[in-house]
Design a protein around this ligand. Structure first.
Ligand code: GN1
Ligand code: MG
Length: 341
């Protein structure tokens, strides 16, 4: 650890180093360093370059976006990466691990589940503040670091391949849900046909990607900018609907507990539009209601594809974890369809 951190800057000693957060993709640590008798905190992260196949392009995007926000009147704090002593965003160690370091934003908390409409409103408003901040930014400056990331039709092709190359036992166990997903595939085509404008999109608008002030639960920062790239507004709205309104966990085993909470949905919509209502086109606004089911169906298909091909993408805690996630997300999709279509 010490050698990795020294690639970025000098210090006297490491005071603490502890695992931090619970993302599915990267490994994150909070480190406290002593520098000239002062304690300084940072986030150290092993960046998953199996998933982010263009790690330096991701960092370029994050660099551009955070610099832009810093120079604008963006009202929130920014989680910024540091360059190492070689003036690069990432340090690659002998074992081909990619490491990066960010500033640590103090006195904040994040949480995984929305409990109240006030939290939903504030969360949605915050992601909208982030989206709105880029209305004057030239989106063509950003690279598409995971091509087809939220493209349902591309995801569908990947899913068809996953079904074809599935582990036979797993395919048998998932037979019913595979068929159910195929039944809904037109959804992806419908959304792609809309041809909505490209914007700077966060692409991972879970509530735990907002840091809140410890004592008053006001939003302090939008974090996890790895998937910031060109996309459509339905992605950021949809992933909030998927994650905020869910009455249960993403991996709830008992699907009878899974439903979209309508009061939370309304708060998400109001909070989001309170900031971006004026910059979205009529068409974008009209189709917002399809965003939740669209993204939730896509997520179910992604979890299921990973289950079928042996859990190579998402971290899992038990063998059927991705199957459970896929079923749970499909239950959520059904509940949304009952309400929103
Ligand atoms: C992944 O690891 P995390 O929570 O930041 C995934 C998202 C999914 C999410 C599902 C790069 O995000 O797209 O929606 O899991 N990120 C990537 O919980 O694939
Ligand atoms: Mg993420």
């Amino acid at each position: 650890m010490e050698n990795i951190i020294r690639q970025f800057f000098e210090f006297d000693k490491i005071e603490t180093c502890q695992p931090f957060g619970n993302g599915h993709i990267n490994d994150t640590y909070k480190i406290e360093l002593i520098k000239n008798e002062l304690k300084c905190s940072y986030l150290l992260q092993r960046f998953n370059h199996q998933i982010f196949k263009r790690p330096f392009a991701v960092m370029e995007n994050i660099g551009k976006v955070s610099e832009y926000l810093l120079r604008s009147d963006y009202p929130l704090q920014i989680l910024r990466p540091y360059k190492n002593k070689k003036d690069e965003w990432l340090y690659i160690d002998q074992n081909q691990n990619y490491w990066r370091i960010f500033n640590f934003i103090e006195d904040t908390v994040s949480f995984d589940k929305i409990e109240t409409v006030e939290q939903a409103y504030e969360g949605a408003r915050t992601f909208a503040v982030f989206a709105k901040a880029f209305s004057g930014f030239d989106v063509s400056k950003l690279k598409s670091t995971i091509p087809g990331f939220h493209n349902g039709e591309t995801r569908l092709i990947n899913f068809e391949n996953a079904v074809e190359n599935a582990r036979p036992k797993r395919k048998e166990l998932a037979k019913k849900i595979i068929a159910e997903i195929f039944e809904q595939q037109l959804f992806f085509k419908k959304i792609n046909r809309l041809k909505l404008p490209l914007r700077v999109i966060h692409h991972d608008t879970k509530i735990n990607n907002i840091l809140f002030k410890i004592n008053n639960f006001k939003a302090v920062a939008v974090v996890d900018l790895d998937t910031v790239m060109p996309g459509v507004i339905l992605s950021d709205f949809g992933d909030m609907v998927r994650t905020f309104t869910n009455s249960a966990e993403e991996d709830e085993k008992d699907t009878s507990k899974v439903e979209m909470r309508k009061d939370i949905y309304r708060a998400v919509e109001e909070g989001f539009l309170s900031e971006v209502g004026a910059i979205l086109s009529e068409e974008e606004k009209r189709y917002l209601k399809f965003a939740g089911p669209w993204l939730t169906l896509m997520q179910s298909m992604r979890f299921l594809g990973d289950y079928l091909t042996g859990d190579v993408y998402y971290k899992t805690k038990y063998p059927a974890h991705n199957l459970v996630r896929a079923k749970s997300q499909l239950a959520l999709f059904r509940s949304m369809q009952g309400v929103l279509s």
